[in-house]
Ligand binder design. Structure first.
Ligand SMILES: *Cc1c(COP(=O)(O)O)cnc(C)c1O
Length: 401
């Protein structure tokens, strides 16, 4: 059996007619950029995120940049973030003209550590007193919130903005409060692989302050509020109406899809535990140091990814590939070690946990439509890698018969 990382065609099969009809409506209207379809999606997304309003844009990367630029973060300002993320987390800070400062992650959640942020702020101020630290940008990696209690109180103490990179976490929550409402602003991506995805590139910004969101709307349209009157040098980052119409449909299914992701994650947990392969984070009773994902009790984790820590990661990945099972590494090179960023010397703070995670994480196939027999096949192959080939684990239905 072959098990893919992600099969979007299964999701599309279930909503095909509705999506095609919505696309036809937009084309019939010929209102192609922004317009009513975008306004409807923005209002629905804002409601899910627990904020008064939201602004669509062209991508998650742009959403990050727009949030920073709208908050007037620019040259001379520093933003503290994690090196264990997708490149856009740092490139958006650079695009805004600001200086990224990197702080290490928590080894269990892989999210930005508030203690490391605190140390990085003090060190940045000591190293360059002219640099103004303005914001902290946690990434809710793999669909689980960073510790927003600790980061929120740190930001209040240091008078910093808290900007969520929520690209992987639409529908997630912290202490019951939805992502998008946890800081001063949040950026979402609807890239096709994300939990909520468009038929191409798309993004969204949410903000607590309506004035900040108004600035996002101005900046996404060339710095215009009034036609051809440019207040600032903005950018073209508008949301297409076709994308918004598709996103509005998928948004209705998202709670169900995210629940399915949690069910898939639960079954992986159980199978890995039953086979004696993996222990929860913090435990040492696993085979060869294999650790399954850790969920903070305060987090509603939406499992954008199901990520193991595997000391012999590259060997296991190769073995799985040989047996038709896809897996992925998010992300193999921490951002301070990226060639494009080398001149910036971003690795001045110690970042050992980010480096260790980059060498050890392995994401297993996970999407709402993944079947139980496929999951059993994945776990059986992992077991074979460690124990040698064995008989396959019976299906749940068979065992309960
Ligand atoms: C996907 C992603 C982005 C960028 O979003 P795009 O829509 O691809 O521009 C930014 N940050 C994180 C953590 C992401 O996963």
């Amino acid at each position: 059996m072959r098990v893919p990382m992600l099969d979007l065609s299964r999701q599309f099969a279930g909503i095909r007619e509705e999506v095609l009809a919505a696309v036809a409506d937009v084309l019939d209207s010929q209102a192609l950029i922004l317009g009513p379809a975008v306004e409807r999606f923005e209002a629905a997304a804002a409601q899910v995120c627990g904020v008064a309003s939201a602004a669509g844009c062209a991508s998650g990367t742009d959403a990050l940049w727009l949030a920073l630029a709208a908050a007037r973060i620019g040259p001379g300002d520093a933003v503290v973030t994690t090196p264990f993320s997708f490149f856009a987390t740092v490139s958006s800070i650079l695009r805004a003209g600001a200086t990224p400062v990197l702080a290490d992650i928590d080894p269990h959640t892989y999210n930005l550590s508030a203690d490391a942020v605190e140390a990085a702020i003090l060190e940045a101020r000591r190293h360059d007193p002219s640099l103004r630290v303005r914001a902290v940008m946690p990434v809710h990696l793999y669909g689980q919130c960073a510790d927003m209690d600790a980061l929120g109180s740190l930001c209040r103490r240091h008078d910093l903005l808290l900007i969520e990179d929520a690209a992987q976490a639409f529908g997630a929550a912290w202490c019951g409060r939805p992502v998008g409402s946890l800081g001063d602003a949040a950026a979402f991506s609807f890239y096709p692989t994300k939990n909520l995805s468009a038929a191409g590139d798309a993004g969204l910004v949410t903000a607590a302050d309506p004035e900040l969101l108004e600035r996002v709307r101005m900046l996404r349209a060339h710095g215009m509020r009034r036609r051809y009157a440019h207040e600032e040098v903005g950018w073209n980052s508008r949301l297409d109406s076709v994308q918004a119409a598709i996103l509005a449909i998928k948004l209705r299914f998202l709670p169900e899809w995210n629940r399915r992701r949690q069910t898939v994650a639960d079954l992986y947990d159980r199978l890995l535990e039953e086979t004696g392969l993996a222990a929860p984070a913090g435990s040492t009773s696993s085979v060869d140091g294999l650790v399954r994902p850790f969920t903070d009790t305060r987090a509603t984790h939406v499992f954008h990814q199901y990520v193991l820590r595997v000391p012999r990661r590259d060997d296991l990945r190769e073995y799985l590939a040989l047996h038709g099972i896809a897996s992925e590494v998010y992300y193999p090179i921490p951002l301070h070690q990226q060639q494009a960023l080398a001149p910036l010397k971003l690795g001045s703070n110690p970042l050992p946990e980010s480096e260790r995670a980059a060498a050890e994480v392995l994401a297993l196939p996970l999407f709402p439509e993944l079947r139980e027999d496929e999951q059993r096949c994945v776990v059986a192959a992992i077991a074979d890698f460690y124990n040698g080939p064995s008989t396959p684990v019976p299906l749940l239905a068979e065992r309960h018969a």
